[in-house]
Write a protein that binds this ligand. Structure first.
Ligand SMILES: [Zn+2]
Length: 60
């Protein structure tokens, strides 16, 4: 099954769908040790450390 053709989507319907995407975007935090991007409740992939206090990165 193919997708629904673009001309069958109204602008409001596309906007309604995309308005939910920003809510489901994963939160990215900044590692206090090395400054790299880390996921909350996970160890840092670069320096392999876990700090309880992390700072939320500025959302795009
Ligand atoms: Zn780190």
């Amino acid at each position: 099954m193919g997708g629904v053709p673009t001309k069958h989507h109204s602008k409001s319907k596309v906007g309604r769908r995309r308005s939910q995407q920003v809510l489901k975007r994963p939160l990215i935090f900044v590692c206090l040790n090395c400054g790299g991007p880390v996921l909350p409740h996970k160890i840092c992939p670069q320096c392999k450390t876990y700090t309880k206090k992390t700072k939320a990165a500025v959302p795009k």
